[in-house]
Design a protein around this ligand. Structure first.
Ligand code: CO
Length: 193
């Protein structure tokens, strides 16, 4: 398992709901947490590890010792959004790019946890921001899609660098081509979603 970077196609994939929570999925979730901590992240969506599932994890402390902060969201639904707030965001799939993003300040979210139990949370602050950022990933939306034109312009050069790196990787065969990516997603979706 590894984190894929912009502009990998899986990051634009609208994922389908998972049909069940089993030991294999729980193992994937554990691997996602390990990878997220290794990369100093506070959230990670399945798309970002090249899996087409409606699943994401957060630990807003980003601290592997803070187990009580580990939250898993399977087939999440955001049922309420209130207010508006702006704060700086980044993304493990867009390394070294940070910009302010406006989002609703408070959310109510329901989902299934790693044991398959239904959970409901009212969130604000960092929690609300993190779950909305990760929820977006499941619909193929990246935080750069939510920037003002001026802020988008300010990160344009970094985006071009990532695009060049990605295309170079595909040319050298280090990254699968578009057909291979699509075929793999279809296969994984057929098995679980
Ligand atoms: Co992200």
């Amino acid at each position: 398992m590894r984190i894929i970077r912009y502009p990998h196609t899986t990051l634009r994939h609208k994922s389908k709901e998972l049909r069940r929570v089993d030991a294999e999925l729980q193992k994937m979730i554990r691997q996602m947490f390990d990878l997220m901590y290794e990369e100093d992240g506070i959230g990670l969506a399945a798309n970002q590890v090249d899996l087409p599932y409606r699943l994401f994890i957060i630990n807003v402390k980003g601290d592997p010792a803070a187990k009580e902060e580990e939250m898993v969201f399977i087939n999440p639904t955001i049922t309420q959004q209130k207010g508006m707030a702006e704060d700086r965001e980044g993304c493990l799939s867009l390394p070294d790019i940070f910009a302010p993003v406006r989002r609703p300040e408070k959310v109510v979210i329901s989902a299934y946890d790693a044991r398959g139990q239904e959970v409901n949370y009212q969130m604000d602050g960092m929690y609300a921001r993190a779950v909305q950022h990760e929820y977006d990933h499941l619909d193929g939306i990246l935080f750069i899609d939510r920037l003002t034109p001026a802020n988008l312009l300010s990160v344009k050069e970094s985006l071009l660098e990532l695009e060049q790196e990605f295309c170079g990787g595909q040319r050298r065969g280090l990254i699968p081509n578009e057909q291979e990516i699509a075929a793999r997603l279809a296969e994984l979706e057929g098995a679980r979603a």
